[in-house]
Design a binder for this molecule. Structure first.
Ligand code: ZN
Length: 441
C-alpha cells in the first residue's frame, strides 16, 4: 500500500464523502501499524514512526539509556523477535507469532524448562474475560512471562513446560517523533499521542492516526495563525523525556491536546486541563454542546494519559485530553479485544472533525472593539442586513458582536453569552470588520 492510497492528496472535510474518506484513510493507517510489536523503547516504535513519516515529516529523536529526565532515567532498550511456550507433550500452546500481546512487554530473554507450579507466577490471564489476552508490561522490574486467555490457563496439565523468549534488554535509546508546522506566530498548539502499545487499536493507534491526519490537513491550509507541534512518544517516560529536553520551549504552548482512545463507537469525551478554564477547554465544551450529540466533559484528574506530565504543577500547561470511551471504562481496554474491529472509521472521522472545529475556534478567536459604541449603529445603511439576511440568527449575531466588543470579550466569550455557534459569531465579526464598525483590539 502506498501513502497516496492511504492519505489522498486532497481530502475535503467539508463534504460527507471527504469525511468518510478521512475515516477510511485513518483506519488503513491503523491497520498497517497494528501488527507491529511496540514498547516504550525499541524497533517497534522506530518502525511505527517511520511509517508515520510518510504522512507527517516527523523528526526521530534518539535519547540514550541512562539519560536523566527529571526524576526518571531513560531505561534500557527492549526488542523482541519471538517466543513460545510448549506444554509437557511438546505442543506449542502459546506463540508470539500468533499475537504480540502473548509475551509480557519488556520480558527478559528466557530459555528453560519449568514445572507448572514454577510457570504459574509468569502467566497472566483475565478470569472475568476468559477468551481475551491481557496486555501486561514490566518496564521497571526485570521479569519474564506470557499473557494468555484464561480458558487456556485453566486447561494446563501438570508436567514440564518449555519456555523460549527471544528478546533483548540492553543499553540503547528511547525514540520519539516530533514535527513543528510553522504558522504566522511562534505561539503553538501541541498534539501529543502515545505510540508505545503493541497490538492495541483504540488505545494508542487511534490517537496516532488522528494526529497524523490533523497534520496532513493543517499542512495543506494556506494560512495558520498558530504553529503546530506534534509529539509522538511512549507514554509517561516519552512525555517526561520530551518535557525535560524542551523545558525552554513550553512557554510557547498556548493550547494542547492529548489524543487517545478516540476511535471506538462510544460518544466523545473531553477531559479538561488542570487549569480547567483555558481556551481549549472552553472551545471543546462549546463545540460539543453545539454538536447536539451525546458527550461527556470531565474535570481534570491526576490519572489518565500524558496530561499527567503536561499538567504537572511545574508546567501546568493548557493541555486537555480527547477520548471517546475513556480508558479503562470499556471492557476491551488493555486486552486483545481492543483490536481493529473495535476501531470505527466513522468514529475516527467524527473525532477528527470535532477537533478541526476546535482548531477553527482557536484560529479565529480574538477580541475586537466596536468603533461606534454609543447606541446601535445603523446596519442597513452599511448593507449588513441585506448582506447577511434580515431577521436571522446572523442578524442577532451582529448585534451581539457589536454589544460585547468592548475590548474585554473575545468572540468565544460572545458566542457563549449569545448561545450561538462560534462560526456564526465569527462570520458576523468578519462582516462588521468589513465596515467602519469593528476593529481588532
Ligand atoms: Zn494504555
Amino acid at each position: 500500500m502506498t501513502s497516496s492510497t492511504v492519505l489522498p492528496e486532497c481530502l475535503n472535510v467539508a463534504t460527507k464523502a471527504g469525511v468518510e474518506q478521512c475515516g477510511d484513510a485513518m483506519f488503513q493507517l491503523a491497520s498497517r501499524l497494528y501488527p507491529i510489536p511496540r514498547s516504550i523503547t525499541g524497533d517497534g516504535v522506530r518502525t511505527s514512526l517511520k511509517i508515520l513519516q510518510e504522512y507527517l515529516p516527523l523528526t526521530l529523536h534518539e535519547v540514550p539509556t541512562g539519560t536523566e529526565v527529571f526524576d526518571w532515567t531513560v531505561p534500557q532498550e527492549w526488542n523482541i523477535r519471538g517466543g513460545w511456550l510448549r506444554d509437557p507433550t511438546g505442543k506449542k500452546i502459546v506463540d508470539f507469532a500468533d499475537h504480540n500481546l502473548h509475551i509480557l512487554n519488556y520480558s527478559i530473554p528466557m530459555n528453560g524448562r519449568f514445572s507448572l507450579e514454577e510457570l504459574r507466577p509468569h502467566l497472566f490471564s483475565l478470569p472475568d474475560q476468559p477468551d481475551l489476552i491481557p496486555y501486561r508490561t514490566s518496564y521497571y522490574n526485570r521479569n519474564w512471562g506470557f499473557c494468555i486467555p484464561h480458558s487456556l490457563y485453566e486447561r494446563l496439565p501438570e508436567g514440564e513446560y518449555e519456555v523460549f523468549i527471544d528478546s533483548s534488554l540492553e543499553d540503547g535509546h528511547l525514540t520519539y517523533g516530533e514535527f513543528l508546522l510553522p504558522g504566522e506566530t511562534e505561539e503553538e498548539v501541541l498534539f501529543s499521542s502515545h505510540c508505545c502499545h503493541p497490538s492495541l487499536a483504540n488505545d494508542n493507534l487511534s490517537g496516532v492516526v488522528i494526529a497524523a491526519m490533523l497534520g496532513h490537513l493543517l499542512s495543506a491550509r494556506p494560512q495558520r495563525r498558530y504553529s503546530y507541534r506534534w509529539v509522538m512518544a511512549p507514554t509517561t517516560i516519552g512525555a517526561i523525556t520530551w518535557l525535560a529536553r524542551n523545558e525552554h520551549r513550553v512557554s510557547n504552548i498556548r493550547h494542547g491536546l492529548i489524543l487517545s482512545c478516540a476511535g471506538d463507537g462510544g460518544s466523545i469525551t473531553y477531559k479538561k486541563s488542570r487549569r480547567s478554564d483555558t481556551e481549549i477547554d472552553r472551545a471543546f465544551a462549546h463545540v460539543l454542546r453545539h454538536s447536539g450529540e451525546p458527550h461527556r466533559i470531565l474535570e481534570f484528574s491526576a490519572w489518565g494519559y500524558d496530561e499527567r506530565q503536561y499538567c504537572s504543577p511545574g508546567f501546568n500547561l493548557p493541555v486537555g485530553c480527547l477520548l471517546r470511551t475513556p480508558n479503562s471504562q470499556y471492557p476491551e481496554y488493555h486486552t486483545s479485544g481492543d483490536n481493529l474491529s473495535f476501531l470505527k472509521p466513522w468514529a475516527l472521522a467524527d473525532t477528527l472533525i470535532k477537533t478541526l472545529s476546535v482548531i477553527d475556534i482557536l484560529e479565529g478567536n480574538e477580541t475586537m472593539v466596536n468603533q461606534k459604541p454609543k447606541c446601535e449603529p445603523l446596519l442597513g445603511k452599511r448593507g449588513l442586513y441585506r448582506g447577511v439576511g434580515g431577521g436571522s440568527s446572523q442578524e442577532v449575531a451582529l448585534l451581539w458582536v457589536l454589544n460585547q466588543s468592548d475590548g474585554q470579550h473575545s468572540l468565544l466569550d460572545i458566542a457563549e453569552k449569545a448561545d450561538l455557534p462560534f462560526a456564526e459569531i465569527r462570520r458576523a465579526a468578519d462582516a462588521l470588520a468589513g465596515t467602519d464598525l469593528l476593529r481588532s483590539s
